[in-house]
Design a protein around this ligand. Structure first.
Ligand SMILES: Nc1ncnc2c1ncn2[C@@H]1O[C@H](COP(=O)(O)OP(=O)(O)OP(=O)(O)O)[C@@H](O)[C@H]1O
Ligand SMILES: [Mg+2]
Length: 244
């Protein structure tokens, strides 16, 4: 099954990505994955299966044992540290469960950070804040915001420098269902408008439903979800029950 347009450079490609911890704790087993430009994918899977590990390897926050990561066609895993950092700063945006908005900076300054780091004009920060519904609040500090508003600031910051790829680890994990729904709609819309490809790790079926496709991380690799039976029970759940 082709994962992206033939000939087009994928926003992200993982080839043979492997990671283990300690003796014999294999988390990723030669994982292959490609994400087309502008595509929005949700990754689900049981707790501890390696979803955050996968995002951290792509983000360069953790070191793989083997394999390669290509971001926008660049083999980032083969670059030296400085070049890899530059590439990631330019091409990646992050959204975390705990928002990670810097408390001592105003909203404007928070959103302007990726622009400053990439030596881009910072005027886009105010525009991006307005786009996520926080126009006129640029001089406020994070402590003056609700959780949903904080996550919208984080989304603005992730997108403001027009990255190729957004990595989001349970972005609605700390939000109530209504706020989560609103934030997700905004996230998806803005990702699509800026043309960013997005990987969203989530435990929420409702959150995953906004994605173009859903993949399950299991046994060190990414898999299509098991088809639902007419009773709405997944065949995987059935076979697990049968085994008991
Ligand atoms: N620094 C580390 N040292 C040792 N083991 C680790 C380390 N980081 C993660 N692990 C282990 O690797 C496995 C995968 O962890 P990871 O955080 O990627 O899971 P996850 O799928 O994101 O889970 P959750 O849904 O609970 O967030 C777990 O068994 C975890 O204990
Ligand atoms: Mg995790």
């Amino acid at each position: 099954m082709p994962l992206h347009d033939e000939g087009a450079v994928p926003a992200l490609e993982c080839r043979g990505l492997s990671k283990h911890y300690g003796a014999g704790r294999i988390v990723l087993a030669a994982l292959d994955f490609a994400l087309g430009a502008g595509e929005f994918v949700a990754i689900m899977g049981d707790s501890g299966v390696g979803k955050s590990t996968l995002l951290n390897l792509i983000a360069g926050l953790d070191q793989a044992d083997g394999g390669d990561v290509f971001i926008d066609g660049h083999a980032v895993s083969r670059l030296d540290d400085n070049a890899a950092t530059r590439l990631r700063r330019q091409k990646l945006g992050f959204v975390f469960q705990a928002f990670h908005v810097l408390p001592h900076l105003t909203l404007d300054q928070n959103v302007a950070l990726p622009l400053l780091l990439n030596e881009m004009p910072t005027a886009a920060a105010g525009e991006m804040l307005a786009t996520v519904g926080l126009g006129g609040r640029g001089a406020d500090f994070p402590r003056q915001l609700s959780g949903g508003e904080l996550q919208r600031v984080a989304i603005a910051r992730a997108l403001v420098h027009r990255p190729t790829l957004i990595l989001a680890d349970e972005p609605t994990g700390n939000l109530d269902p209504d706020t989560a729904h609103d934030v997700l709609e905004l996230f998806r819309l803005q990702s699509k408008l800026t043309g960013a490809a997005t990987i969203m790790v989530t435990h929420s079926e409702a959150a995953a439903a906004v994605a173009d496709r859903i993949l399950i991380l299991r046994d060190g690799g990414l898999h299509a979800p098991a088809p639902a039976s007419p009773a709405g029970v997944s065949s995987r759940a059935l076979s697990a029950d049968d085994a008991r």
